[in-house]
Design a protein around this ligand. Structure first.
Ligand SMILES: NC(=O)c1ccc[n+]([C@@H]2O[C@H](COP(=O)([O-])OP(=O)(O)OC[C@H]3O[C@@H](n4cnc5c(N)ncnc54)[C@H](OP(=O)(O)O)[C@@H]3O)[C@@H](O)[C@H]2O)c1
Length: 357
């Protein structure tokens, strides 16, 4: 068993550890982790590891954590009827060679990991989907799926909430870290709605890239917030940068209709810019909560189908320009992780790591 471990109180410290492979008993299955994507989203899992219990999905030795990844695994051994060895599944995985799971709710679409230590954690992370019956799955787009599927699902839910709450018709939607995959997904979906004004906020190094995407109506760098036209507006915050948030709240004041906290790409500036904020209180947007709500409204299959319908054109579009950076083995996990944590990845690229022998 090999694990990539990160020091919980110093996220830049990491190491590769070897241990005995996990034993599985009755009612369990052993997954062999095959391949996963690595973007700022995974760094956020580490940054929020304590606060939002992300370290609790794949516990390891005291003081260290296994950063959750999204990707594909194969059932290597199984003591569960209906979970057949050789089945390829998509889901939430540790950066490890193996994961022992306790499959429950097994059906043709896959299973849920019913391991007791995961019971109190959000259910959206527990499902392992069998690729054979998955409406999202296309063998020729596996890389795009593992990189973007969880992010696009979030984008889809943000677009849905903005529309559902009537925010698409109340001034521009300002989206920070406009170069991130999550923001790009939101802008791609909003751009299909009639009359929505979408403003991409980004670092000066990425303005050209964001402009070139053709999905934002305008692009403004973080240094130019004062140039934004005053009036009603909605802020979708993907950076988590407190100083930027304060600048936006100060600029728009009570005209700001909503301040939606989505991400923490600027993780080292999380917590900056303290003090009273003018305008509305920022509200946390947590995709798993919205997924639960829409799962009730539309049914799980209805939600999956709507997201899959929205996904296919996005997948085709982004597949035309997104360059994946392939890596193999645990040294590649470490170097990609260290690059992503420093924000050193060109936004038109993304890391995909394979652990297959
Ligand atoms: N709330 C939810 O339910 C939910 C669900 C999914 C994702 N998210 C969040 O959405 C965010 C975006 O994730 P992603 O995977 O889409 O990101 P990504 O594509 O990897 O984003 C890369 C961009 O983020 C910014 N960035 C990344 N690291 C940085 C650093 N160290 N310093 C400064 N800027 C940095 C840069 O954008 P700019 O230069 O444009 O700022 C960079 O181009 C994450 O925080 C993720 O956790 C939230």
């Amino acid at each position: 068993m090999t694990d990539f471990l990160v020091k919980r109180d110093d996220l830049r410290e990491c190491r590769i550890a070897e241990s005995e492979p996990p034993e599985i008993g009755a009612g369990q299955a052993l997954l062999r982790v095959d391949t996963f994507g690595l973007t700022a989203n995974n760094i956020t899992y580490a940054v929020m590891g304590e606060a939002m219990s992300y370290w609790d999905f794949f516990p390891t030795e005291e003081g260290w954590g296994r950063v959750p990844m999204w990707g594909f695994a194969e059932v290597e051994r199984s003591e569960v009827d209906g979970v057949e060895p050789g089945t390829r599944v998509y889901g939430y995985l540790p950066p490890s060679s193996h994961l022992a799971v306790t499959p429950v709710a097994v059906d043709g679409t896959g299973f849920v990991d019913g391991s007791p230590h995961r019971a109190a954690l959000p259910s959206a992370y527990h499902r392992y989907l069998a690729s054979g019956s998955d409406p999202f799955y296309r063998a020729d787009t596996e890389a795009v799926q593992m990189l973007l599927r969880p992010l696009f699902f979030t984008s889809f839910m943000i677009d849905d909430e903005l529309d559902d709450d009537g925010l698409t018709g109340r001034g521009p939607i300002l989206i920070s870290s406009a170069s991130s995959k999550t923001a790009i997904g939101v802008a791609f979906l909003l751009a299909q709605r009639e009359g929505v004004e979408i403003v991409g906020l980004t670092s000066s190094r990425s303005t050209e890239f964001v402009e070139g995407l053709g999905i934002y109506g305008s692009t403004v760098s973080y240094e130019e917030i004062d140039s934004l036209q005053k009036g009603p507006a909605t802020y979708v915050d993907v950076t988590g940068n407190g100083e930027l948030r304060a600048a936006i709240h100060s600029h728009f004041g009570d005209d700001l209709v909503r301040s939606m906290a989505v991400g923490v790409t600027h993780w080292e500036d999380f917590g900056s810019g303290g003090g009273e904020l003018p305008g509305p209180r920022p509200t946390l947007f947590f995709a798993p909560d919205r997924i639960v709500k829409r799962g009730k409204d539309w049914g799980r299959a209805g939600l999956e189908q709507r997201a899959a319908d929205a996904w296919n054109p996005f997948c085709d579009w982004i597949g035309e320009w997104l360059e994946t950076i392939p890596g193999e083995g645990f040294d590649a996990v470490e170097s990609a992780y260290l690059e992503v944590i420093e924000g050193g990845v060109d936004p038109k690229t993304a890391h995909v790591i394979s652990l297959a022998d």
